[in-house]
Ligand binder design. Structure first.
Ligand code: GLU
Length: 430
């Protein structure tokens, strides 16, 4: 088959991202707080992260030079339980972004009814340019620096963009070495051999698949033959594409930061995954054509899954979206301005805090299994997660119908009211 050279500009942003991602998260919160008419004091509490830790991470690189990386751990709110949220390694990580991601974790745990507060961490680094040994040293020093905040009863990290089971194992080992005993519940998303849960690797993508299934049922859309476009082909995007293909959906285009592939006849998600592993990008898949980021977002399709960074669907490209449903695999991929445009166009948006919650739900199962030292089979894990996502979807859908708001605002109404309740019932200390 013909191998088409990819567009080198594909995958780059096509407009200006918002000045502050935290500002975007705050705007979503304020809309829900206004509608609920919540107490001004509680509004102030929820607008301000409880703890923001910035650390310097000195690392000896393989060439002997010492570099200092910036790392963060933010706990947005702990009223409903210990902090929970992933750790991201990316060159663009900032405190502003980590604060937004931590706030979204608070809402995500609240709407799924799991007993956690919201937290997030990140290190500004380019993991692609680092050796395995450098990554390990950086991870162990970062874990040490944030050890003043984390713990199985305090704050439990997990994988996020560019972090995985291997990195979680280093964090678990580092904290365990400090204590002199093994602490499996310190992180989730660990390898199964050291107390990880079956099903955790696929959990976020599986949750996206369930969210698509629930949305399709409400839209009267048949999944068989439904055309999907996936932006970002990491763990979440690739797993969602693979599981949705099993339901009969057809992947017509995918993109990552280095390239894109579009083929109307349908791309096998597994073959595309193998192509990505061998070439480092989904671009240049045999028989496909490249598309620009703007074209990708405006391809006629049924399901659009943004599964990359924040603020990808914005005021400047939202009007071009021709999907019936946008299901947010990423955190914060749609700006508030784009939300309004999509709502006017009648495009359903399944918000991140619902659509990608499968990951943290199975993280919760992992933590419960670690604490109980008793492990469940994969059938039980997948079935329990499916039920939580489907029930949360139903609850949020009912709120959106009753209050005549979109699904994001409905999800936020549920989340913020649960936080308001928890804060009120605990009372203000002292
Ligand atoms: N990083 C994932 C998220 O954004 C998972 C967090 C977790 O499992 O704690 O939801």
């Amino acid at each position: 088959m013909l191998k088409i050279q990819n567009d080198p500009t594909a995958g780059h942003d096509s407009g200006t991202p918002p000045a502050s991602i935290y500002g975007m998260a705050l705007e979503q919160f304020q809309a829900a707080a206004d509608r609920l008419g919540i107490d001004e004091g509680i509004r102030r509490v929820l607008s301000t992260p409880k703890r923001e830790l910035t650390v310097a991470i000195p690392v000896r690189m393989d060439d002997g030079e010492v570099r200092v990386f910036r790392g963060y751990r933010v706990q947005h709110n702990l009223s409903r339980g210990p902090g929970k949220g992933g750790i991201r390694y990316h060159p663009d990580v900032t405190l502003d972004e980590v604060k937004a991601l931590a706030m979204w974790m608070t809402w995500k745990c609240a709407i799924t009814g799991i007993p956690y507060g919201g937290a997030k961490g990140g290190v500004a680094c380019d993991p692609r340019g680092m050796s395995e040994a450098e990554l390990e040293r950086m991870t162990r020093r970062y874990a040490t620096e944030i050890s003043i905040l984390i713990g199985p009863d305090r704050d439990i990290p997990a994988p996020d963009m560019n972090t995985d089971g291997r990195i979680m194992a280093w964090i678990m080992d580092t904290i365990s070495m400090h204590g002199g005993f093994t602490v499996p519940g310190i992180v989730t998303g660990k390898p199964v051999s050291i107390g990880g849960s079956l099903g955790r690797v696929d959990a976020t993508g599986r949750g996206v698949m369930i969210a698509v299934r629930e949305a399709a049922a409400r839209l009267g859309m048949d999944l068989r033959g439904a055309r999907m476009v996936v932006q970002g082909y990491g763990n979440v995007g690739s797993t969602a594409a693979r599981l949705l293909a099993q339901e009969g959906c057809v992947l017509i285009a995918a993109a990552d930061s280095l390239g894109s592939s579009y083929y109307e006849g349908g791309i096998d998600p597994n073959d595309l995954g193998a192509h990505e592993r061998s070439t480092g990008t989904v671009g240049g898949y045999p028989g496909s054509e490249p598309v620009s980021p703007r074209e990708l977002m405006s391809l006629p399709c049924d399901i659009l899954i943004p599964a990359a960074l924040e603020a990808q669907i914005r005021g400047d490209n939202a009007a071009g979206v021709r999907a019936r449903v946008v299901v947010e695999g990423a955190n914060g991929p749609t700006t508030p301005e784009a939300d309004r445009i999509l709502e006017d166009k009648g495009v359903m948006v399944v918000p991140d805090i619902l659509a990608n919650a499968g990951g943290v739900v199975v993280s919760y199962f992992e933590w419960v299994q670690d604490i109980q030292r008793y492990f469940w089979d994969i059938g039980e894990i997948n079935q329990k997660m499916d039920r939580i996502i489907a029930d949360s979807f139903a609850e949020i859908f009912a709120i959106s119908q009753r209050e005549k708001v979109d699904l994001r605002e409905a999800a936020m109404l549920l989340a913020v009211s649960r936080l308001e309740e928890a804060i009120k019932v605990r009372g203000l200390y002292p």
